[in-house]
Write a protein that binds this ligand. Structure first.
Ligand SMILES: Nc1ncnc2c1ncn2[C@@H]1O[C@H](COP(=O)(O)OP(=O)(O)OP(=O)(O)O)[C@@H](O)[C@H]1O
Length: 580
């Protein structure tokens, strides 16, 4: 689990990168995990436990969402439910008779009753090392001992000199002598290639050992593994000297030893007939033997007992129900942690779940700050594609053709680029950026109003939505450098023309670069209000908490809901308006 200290570093680094003092530089952070599992190393308190005089970046910034569907034990729900109870069991609490009875079926009184080939899980490294040594010596006859190649700097010449025998390394160093055999279970102990799935904790079985004779002595060059995860190590298969691409070849890694002036070359792996509970956190297996003997921390027993997919795959030795306990401080802090309000996270989804609003017209406007660079973000957004009408400003598009990657499945796109929007203002027409677009769901009957007499010099689009709902949709972008008086005159001409079109209701959205939260005079708002419009958005729509993206509506009696959504990729947040 991430410690408070590491969490603070992440916060400060993001503030440094983004150049602001907002929590995590203003980025959205999704923290995923389970506080009831292993606590941070070194007895540090978990993130969610508040302490006086300790920097806290959790309390005021995070809300909790609980995932309720269990996937690992989805085919053995009684076991999943038992695990849920063990997860929150306090030290002083006793197991119920029913839970005890379930566990008794898998408690083994001696190691001989357990399957030898199953992964053995222990609390301490000492137990793991003993098990591994015993397992390799009792089951394999052709054991190979691979000494680390250690080098030390010659103080006279500065040359790194190979040592006759390995030094005694620290427990965090690459292993002094690796004992392996063909067929032995091993685990990688370093991140070799994270993208390729070769990481600390990757499990496999030794399939091949290749050696070359150097000075009359065979020296192991590569160790070939059959990995448990068949998709890992793709990049390291084509090195196969014999063309067998099921084998992933591992070379020696080179690292300085803790001992000063020394370097070690050794294979980054260790035996893994057994491993520690810390190592198996996150793992899923069909079968495991779990020893509860030296459990020393809250959450440890739960992590070990919850790795198998079914109760029948679990074997428990040294059972003691007192070893199954959680941290009461975590129970208390989770109780008090604010819960995420889905109405805020997915407002449109919630609105349309209301039977009265199920066929409502959903309109969203977003200043994308460049459609080409953000179209993928837009396609992945959890709410934007719920819109029937998706209005965009600052599309930054040029040219008349629309490349296929700018099309949204199920939508038709209408657009007007900046350079086509101005007749009299060459200085605006020639500036980069700007532009508007509207995507409309294909099941809507739409007439674009591409030309309106007397309306010039505006970045705008007008669409008549005729069925199954009716509305006149207008999107407008006003660049900050557009002289306000001239803009108001042109906007007035447009609003007057919309009255003549006489198609209701009218929804005008866009970025007007006038802060509706400011206490100063707001001439654009005044003009809309004079024309009978109501402004629907009441909270900030930008990172600076200014409301630059209003939605104006006129000519409706229906139930209207409106608000602001969130994105991570634009200075602006999208705004929505849903009409019954
Ligand atoms: N949507 C899914 N469909 C099928 N299997 C899934 C799905 N999600 C997760 N699993 C499987 O369930 C197991 C547990 O998943 P995962 O590790 O994501 O859960 P977890 O909550 O992080 O578990 P833990 O924290 O206890 O390790 C894995 O074997 C994973 O492959």
């Amino acid at each position: 689990m991430v410690s408070k200290q590491l969490f603070a570093y992440v916060n400060w680094r993001l503030q440094q990168i983004k150049g602001n003092q907002k929590p995590f530089g203003g980025l959205s952070i999704l923290a995923v995990g389970d506080f009831f599992q292993l606590p941070p190393l070194g007895r540090a308190k978990p993130l969610c436990v508040y302490e006086d005089h300790v920097l806290d970046f959790w309390k005021d910034n995070f809300q909790m969402i609980t995932l309720t569907q269990i996937m690992r034990q989805r085919d053995d729900l009684t076991y999943a439910e038992l695990l849920n109870r063990l997860r929150v069991k306090q030290k002083h609490e006793k197991l119920t008779d029913a839970d005890k009875c379930m566990l008794e079926a898998v408690i083994r009184s001696s190691p001989e009753e357990c399957p030898v080939d199953a992964l053995h899980i222990y609390a301490t490294n000492k137990e793991v090392d003993n098990h591994n040594t015993e397992a390799i010596s009792s089951r394999f006859s052709d054991i190979i001992n691979i000494d680390a190649h250690d080098y030390k700097k010659d103080p006279r010449t500065g040359e790194m000199k190979r040592q006759a025998a390995p030094f005694k390394g620290d427990k965090r160093d690459l292993i002094d002598t690796l004992q392996i055999a063909i067929g032995a279970r091993v685990m990688l102990t370093r991140n070799i290639d994270v993208e390729d799935g070769l990481v600390n904790g990757t499990f496999g079985q030794v399939a091949k050992i290749t050696a070359q004779t150097q000075g009359g002595v065979p020296v192991v060059q590569l160790i070939g593994l059959h990995l448990d995860n068949l998709t890992a190590g793709q990049k390291h298969r084509n090195k196969a000297p014999d063309g067998d691409d099921s084998i992933v070849y591992i070379e020696r890694s080179e690292e300085p030893l803790k001992k000063k002036g020394t370097v070690r070359r050794q294979f980054p792996m260790k035996l893994a007939f057994a491993c520690t509970i810390h190592k198996v956190q996150g793992m899923t297996t069909d079968c495991a033997v779990v020893s509860l003997k030296h459990i020393f921390e809250p959450g440890m027993a739960y992590v070990a007992l919850s790795r198998t997919t079914s109760l029948s795959g679990l074997h428990i030795t040294d059972f003691d129900e007192k070893k199954i306990f959680c941290d009461p401080e975590i129970s208390a802090s989770l109780e008090n942690m604010p819960k995420a309000d889905f109405h805020n996270v997915q407002p449109i989804l919630h609105i349309v779940q209301d039977p009265k609003m199920s066929s409502a017209l959903k309109i969203i406007h977003h200043n994308t700050e460049g459609l080409e660079c953000h179209v993928e973000d837009l396609k992945c957004h959890h709410e934007l594609l719920l819109a029937d009408v998706l209005c965009l400003t600052e599309t930054h598009l040029s040219g008349s053709a629309v490349p296929a990657y700018l099309q949204l499945d199920g939508y038709t796109m209408y657009k007007r680029n900046r350079h086509a929007s101005y007749t009299n203002y060459v200085h605006l027409a020639n500036k980069n950026g700007g532009g508007v677009a509207i995507y409309v769901k294909n099941n809507f009957q739409v007439s674009p109003v591409m030309y309106i007499q007397n309306v010039t010099d505006l970045e705008y689009l007008v669409l008549k939505i005729e069925a199954p709902k009716q509305a006149l949709i207008v999107v407008i972008y006003r660049p900050p450098s557009y002289n306000l008086a001239e803009f108001l005159a042109n906007l007035n001409a447009l609003l007057t023309s919309l009255e003549i079109i006489d198609f209701k209701p009218v929804i005008v959205c866009g970025d007007f670069n006038e802060d509706q939260l400011s206490h100063r005079n707001k001439p654009i708002l005044n003009l809309f209000e004079d024309k009978g419009y109501t402004q629907l958005i009441s909270t900030g729509t930008t990172e600076n908490n200014t409301l630059l993206d209003p939605v104006f509506i006129s000519g409706t009696q229906s139930n209207v809901r409106a608000g602001v959504l969130q994105t991570y990729y634009s200075y602006h947040d999208p705004v929505y308006c849903v009409l019954e």
